[in-house]
Design a protein around this ligand. Structure first.
Ligand code: TXA
Ligand code: MG
Length: 303
């Protein structure tokens, strides 16, 4: 059962407490309702993909309360300053260089060295971000492929029982997702609530340069990757799952949320160890397993 929290102090405090316990809480921004998770908690972020039923791991937008918090997560280029001169504009997300020391879950950024960052212009969202006092990863709070929610009731109709709570702040203003800009540029990566002049460079249709496929191919492990391996051959480093123990395991108990939470960190670990031949145990192709297998197939694709 998903709890509906009122937009008062007690509701905000409860929502922040749930986030800090690694639970999912939907909350209204000025654009749409976001499905929030502690951006530093791998398991919480894995639960986001599980709840939405996303068949792939695309990077999520990270929400912070103010400029100081934004600078803890990302490097703000001088080029962005004119845009931010009067504060962070409504409905605007910037893709910026990630500060690794911010501890953002690699699952939230899909292993990228950049991060999509936004300060919502919505008092209730800001109150929640302040009470939680950390970065919150939040895609739109709808099942994958469904319309973005602009009311708490929309969130419930898609995700009731799959998330801990929804903070009810009534209808959102824009109803359209944030505009995403990339740097150097600015390049418009996604059109949205923040209106950009016609003469700005577009990065193609939504998702073209940001399409997970294109982005993630840059982050394939440096060694070769073999999938569905129960028994490794000599020279391989074996990533296990469930009964297949391996040299390290995505999840010894065969839990897909745990496996998703570990996936990017373990692929990076293999790289850091200088692994040249990676073997990966079979992962069931159900639920979150679909997104895990999608990522693994990309890692194993010829390059
Ligand atoms: O209005 C909104 O933007 C809502 C509210 C909740 O903030 N959020 C939202 O998130 O629409 P989501 O997950 O549905 O959209 C995230 C978009 C995707 O198109 C993704 O590819 C892009 O942001 N993105 C995230 N990180 C990126 C990165 N490092 N580089 C390029 N694109 C990125
Ligand atoms: Mg969406």
């Amino acid at each position: 059962m998903t709890i509906v929290l009122q937009s008062d102090e007690a509701g905000v405090a409860r929502a922040a407490d749930l986030l800090s316990k690694g639970e999912l809480v939907a909350f209204p921004t000025e654009t749409v309702y976001g499905l929030g998770a502690d951006a530093r908690n791998d398991t919480a972020v894995a639960k986001v993909f599980d709840a939405k039923g996303r068949p792939s791991f695309n990077p999520l937008i990270i929400h912070v309360a103010d400029r100081v918090a934004a600078e803890r997560v990302a490097v703000i280029p001088a080029e962005a300053e004119p845009l931010l001169a009067k504060g962070w504009p409504s409905g605007l997300t910037l893709v910026l260089e990630l500060r690794p020391e911010a501890g953002i879950s690699p699952l939230a950024t899909a292993g990228l060295s950049t991060v999509a960052l936004r300060i919502p212009n919505a008092p209730l969202a800001i109150a929640l971000l302040r009470a939680f006092s950390g970065p919150v990863a939040a895609p739109s709070a709808n099942p994958s492929g469904k319309l973005s929610p602009t009311r708490a009731s929309h969130v419930l109709s898609g995700l009731d029982g799959k998330i801990a709570a929804v903070l009810d702040g009534g209808a959102t203003n824009a109803g359209l997702e944030s505009t995403i800009l990339g740097f150097p540029g600015p390049i418009v990566l996604r059109e949205g609530a923040f209106a950009v002049p016609d003469d700005w460079t577009r990065g193609g249709d939504e998702g073209a340069p940001t399409a997970p496929g294109q982005l993630l191919s840059h982050y394939a492990p440096s060694g070769s990757v073999r999938l569905n391996v129960v028994q490794k051959v000599s020279g391989e480093w074996h990533l296990g799952f469930g009964e297949v123990t391996g040299d390290a395991s995505l999840s010894p108990s065969g839990d897909l949320v745990e496996a998703a939470a570990n996936l990017f960190a373990m692929l990076h670990e293999a790289d850091a160890k200088g692994v040249t031949a990676l073997a990966v145990a079979p992962v069931p192709d159900t639920g979150l397993g679909k997104a895990i297998n999608d990522r693994l197939r990309r890692a194993a694709a010829p390059r």
